[in-house]
Write a protein that binds this ligand. Sequence first.
Ligand code: B1M
Length: 210
Amino acid sequence: MSSLKELIDLVIAGDVQGVKEATKRLLEAGEEPLRVINEALIPGINEVGVRFKEGEMFVPEMMMSAQAMKAGVELAKERIGGAEVPAAGKVVIGSVKGDLHDIGKNLVIMMLESSGFSIVDLGVDAAPEKFVQAVKEHQPHLVGMSALLTTTMPVMQEVIAALEKEGLRDTVKVIIGGAPVTREYTEEIGADGYAPDAGAAVELCKQLVN
Ligand code: B1M
């Protein structure tokens, strides 16, 4: 029998197989998939961030932990039912240019999809031109940007400027998120909204499409 605490330790250890097995066991024992994500997989990767900052863990280990976490999220995701109501709105979303972090963005996508939003995922390292092209092609209600590095946050402003330049800014609402992003920064760059986590991102998108 696995516990949430054991799963946290397995994420920290970067034990991909162990995380898969423990996640499966927890889900089969009836644990809520969102609880597994919010109370084990996220705290596990957050602890990795703390240890990395303190010089106790290094990039290769952080990558293994990220892979382990992703494997757990994939399994939990299978248990989160899709929405009955199609297309609450369309969202073009990506991690901005220079940023390879995608765990948080993928969680936001997962939550939006299960709330009925249709998603165009630009992946990681998405340049302003890629956002512009996707808005032209898909005509979404919302554009979402994720950044985990203080050095990539300014790209969010570049995306907004590129949308303005192409006359597309008024056709979409722009939302941003990621660990270093704040509400103040959202106002500073002229985005329409900020969400601190995936659940809040869903609420924000619902508000902005209505
Ligand atoms: Co990186 N990394 N990393 N990393 N990494 C951080 C972000 C860091 C804070 C670690 C630290 O020092 N404590 C630090 C950034 C420092 C800074 O800029 N201030 C850092 C660094 C320095 C780096 C490198 C530069 C390391 C190096 O190479 N020397 C390098 C940069 C690579 C690049 O992007 N160019 C790097 C690389 C990596 C890995 C590849 C090893 C891996 C990423 C794997 C992947 O994503 N596929 C990795 C990881 C795993 C982390 C930490 C440990 C965890 C990030 C994460 O997934 N968190 C991270 C430390 C930390 O944040 N605790 C760290 C869990 C995730 C669920 O949370 O992404 O915040 P988060 O998403 C949340 C909310 O923020 C919000 O909802 C999500 C779910 O609740 N949210 C949104 C996110 N996007 C949103 C968008 C929205 C709305 C809400 O609307 C659109």
